[in-house]
Design a protein around this ligand. Structure first.
Ligand code: LLP
Length: 417
């Protein structure tokens, strides 16, 4: 267990959180290099062990774009799934080679496409015919050949929060089968481009693999029907984690996920063609979610006609997920208490009623005591803002030698524009 109480005080990756907080002002993000390495290795080796061909794991940078964090992944051979020029530069700076970077996103700008072409990304995961036209034109201007992957919209409904479901034809993402097949045949669109792959990504925080399996089957059908010898099939990201105990049994094991992919590709692709496409993955949360916690202090308590409020120094600007998706994150005191638990609204200082991390039974804590929000390594800091003109929190990492590293200093007032 990376989080455990020792002598009633919470430790993360073997380090006392209270000790860290003596030297670092809350709120701060604390990551574990050990958990990150384990998660990446489990994923990559899971793919190899399932017999998947030449797997390329492209970490979804949007889930955690800290440069030092990405350097750890680069060191293990990870690629990157990026969705902006900023993420492209960040991934390259962290040491991830362009040859392992897939450029996703429904609204790439001309500048971003030019940057991708200049750096030589592994593929542009294209989301519309108009986007292909622009990439093909820009590639011609730059005397390059663009490597194109179509993001296929498999028309499935994935079981997750409606804001993070992406595989249905009512969503803005991907291209439908008939449009892909018509585009492949239109020679005018391919003067400076080459179709090298197909991809899907049907949603995030998926605990049920049925829709993913159907989507992969349909992607294989399109790949066969296209009659193109593709270099790769990209199965996207989306694999979920357990944010609460009731989800633990539902979380797909990496081995089962990889076996499902292997068996589906064998049956619907490899058995029908001599072409051996490699398999690309775009996991975010499954690798980064459990690598980090958000450490906060209690500012004060307030009772309002029987409603207990615990007001923390971290808010929705530091961690958006509970406010935006009503997402559940476990909240724990750093010092275990034997006091009687009471129903408490755990809130931040932001001037919004949605600035609520959760309503839980909790032992009362006094001003200055520490709490953590768990599983904050994915879509935590990366979705944060300076709303209410608040400086960004510090990011710290416990490295493999259990030493603390500042991997992104606390923001300052002067930096706030
Ligand atoms: N590939 C593509 C094209 C994506 O759009 C995403 C996530 C991923 C891969 C990685 O998905 P993951 O493996 O992390 O589920 N902010 C939301 C999640 C939004 C996901 C957006 N796309 C949240 O906090 O739950």
């Amino acid at each position: 267990m990376s989080l455990e109480y020792k002598k009633n005080t919470l430790h993360f990756s073997g380090v006392s959180i209270a000790e860290v907080a003596k030297k670092h002002k809350t709120p701060f993000y604390l990551y574990s290099e050990e958990v990150l390495s384990e998660n990446y290795m489990e994923f990559f080796h899971g793919a190899l062990e399932a017999g998947l061909h030449h797997p390329l794991v492209c970490f979804a940078v949007k889930s955690n774009s800290n440069k030092e964090f990405l350097k750890v992944l680069a060191g293990m051979g990870s690629g990157a799934d990026i969705v902006s020029g900023g993420e492209l530069l960040r991934a390259l700076e962290a040491g991830i080679p362009a040859s392992k970077i897939v450029f996703s996103g429904v609204g790439k700008t001309t500048e971003e496409i030019e940057l991708g072409l200049k750096k030589g990304v592994y593929s542009f995961n294209v989301e519309s015919v108009e986007e292909l036209e622009l990439i093909n034109f820009l590639a011609g201007k730059m005397k390059k050949t663009a490597r194109i992957c179509f993001r296929f919209n498999p028309e499935v409904v994935s079981k997750t929060h409606k804001y993070i479901s992406t595989g249905n034809k009512t969503h803005k993402f991907g291209i439908l089968k008939k449009d892909i097949l018509a585009t492949v045949k239109n020679k005018k669109l391919w003067t400076n481009s080459k179709l090298v792959g197909l991809s899907i990504h049907i949603g995030s925080q998926l605990l049920d693999l049925k829709a993913t399996k159907t989507a992969i089957e349909r992607m294989c059908d399109v790949a066969i029907a296209s009659k193109v010898d593709l270099e790769f099939l990209d199965v996207g990201g989306g694999l979920g984690i357990d944010y609460q105990a009731s989800e633990t049994a539902k979380v797909p094991k990496i081995a089962d996920y990889m076996k499902m992919i292997h068996d589906t590709l064998e049956k619907h692709y490899y058995s029908k063609t001599a072409n051996i496409a490699r398999v690309v993955f775009e996991p975010g949360r499954r690798i980064s979610g459990k690598t980090g916690i958000l450490v906060m202090s209690v500012l004060r308590n307030k009772v309002s006609d029987g409603n207990n409020f615990m007001i923390l120094d971290g808010g929705m600007n530091d961690m958006m997920r509970p406010s935006l998706y009503e997402a559940y994150h476990e909240i724990s005191p750093v010092a275990k208490s034997s006091k009687k638990e009471v129903l408490t609204h755990i809130v931040g200082p932001i001037c919004e009623t949605s600035d609520l991390f959760g309503t839980r039974k909790m032992a009362p804590l006094k001003s200055g005591e520490l709490v953590i929000l768990r599983d904050a390594g994915a879509y935590g800091y990366s979705m944060g803002s300076t709303y209410n003109l608040r400086a960004r929190p510090e990011e710290l990492m416990i490295n493999l030698a259990r030493k603390l590293q500042v991997i992104n200093p606390r923001g300052t007032y002067e930096e706030l524009k």
